[in-house]
Design a protein around this ligand. Structure first.
Ligand SMILES: Nc1ncnc2c1ncn2[C@@H]1O[C@H](COP(=O)(O)OP(=O)(O)OP(=O)(O)O)[C@@H](O)[C@H]1O
Ligand SMILES: [Mg+2]
Length: 264
């Protein structure tokens, strides 16, 4: 039987009386791309931050290769983070240093590699993301899509076993976005990486997802293939896929229409 590389058990996160995650259970298998899909504010980034150990949940367990990262010391967490890559929603590049130095950061921080070896790795990683020759550029000289690629090159610098991406194609034009999605797909196939991708972009899901976990109000409504989700009878899932507005929004529209009608 396939062994999960990530197991999330009864995860709860509360900020004061506000429960953001409400008992999440999820298993992610080695080599698969799991997309965490859900509406804005449903808790996607919060869940991702817990999985990479950037913040601790209120309760529950997150086992990565059998080890509970919610119980790790700071030193153990640093060790753990060397084995994963993270592409942040904003790419989170350091603007004062070059793209090449951004990619080199984890290598200089976590390894004792010779500078000449690091230079080779920088060139290799930039080539993998389609940014050959941009190592001397500053992040401010790159377009939005190129920044995401550079962030991806840095996330890949340490050859991670698991890659996490928060909204990799959000805010990009559709053509650039589809380029990032295909790049993720190619990287996954080339390196057999496990990927966990947070998004609310259905077009991305179509391209990259092996399975999709649908998050809604802090709970996982369903975890299945995209094709299976599209057949779901659950009205909350159907609403997401048919892009229908909330009743509340419809009521507001009716109210506005009635006002316009009155003034006409
Ligand atoms: N540190 C915090 N303190 C208090 N509330 C927080 C904190 N972090 C997140 N939240 C709340 O948790 C909820 C989920 O936030 P989160 O950023 O995880 O949503 P998201 O699904 O990633 O949304 P988006 O798609 O807009 O990025 C929001 O209501 C947010 O206000
Ligand atoms: Mg988010």
């Amino acid at each position: 039987m396939r062994q999960p590389i990530i197991q999330i058990k009864n995860l709860i996160t509360a900020y004061g009386s506000h429960r953001v995650l409400n008992g999440i259970n999820l298993e992610i298998f080695k080599g698969e791309t799991m997309v965490i899909l859900g509406r804005s504010g449903c808790g996607k980034s919060t869940l991702l931050r817990h999985i990479i150990g950037l913040s601790k949940p209120t309760a529950g367990q997150i086992l990565i290769k059998g080890k509970d990262i919610t119980q790790m010391s700071d030193d153990q967490l640093i060790q753990f983070r060397r084995t994963i890559g993270m592409l942040f929603q904003s790419a989170a590049l350091f603007n004062s240093i070059t793209v090449g130095d951004n990619v080199a950061l984890p290598l200089r921080e976590h390894t004792h590699l010779e500078e000449s070896t690091i230079e080779i790795i920088i060139r290799m990683k930039l080539e993998q993301v389609g940014l050959s020759g941009f190592d001397e550029f500053k992040p401010s000289q790159l377009s939005g899509g190129m920044k995401k690629r550079a962030g991806l090159a840095r996330a890949l610098a340490m050859d991670p076993e698991i890659l996490f991406c928060d909204e990799p194609s959000a805010g990009l034009d559709p053509i650039v976005a589809v380029g990032i999605d295909h790049l993720l797909l190619r990287l996954k196939k080339a390196f057999n990486m496990t990927m966990v991708v947070v998004t609310h972009e259905l077009a991305s899901v179509e391209i990259i997802a092996d399975r999709v976990a649908m998050l809604h109000d802090g709970s996982i409504l369903a975890c299945a293939t995209l094709a299976e989700l599209k057949e779901s009878p659950d009205p909350r899932i159907r609403q997401f896929f048919s892009r229908e507005p909330d009743e509340e929004t419809i009521d507001k529209d009716r109210f506005l229409e009635s006002l316009v009608g009155r003034s006409a």
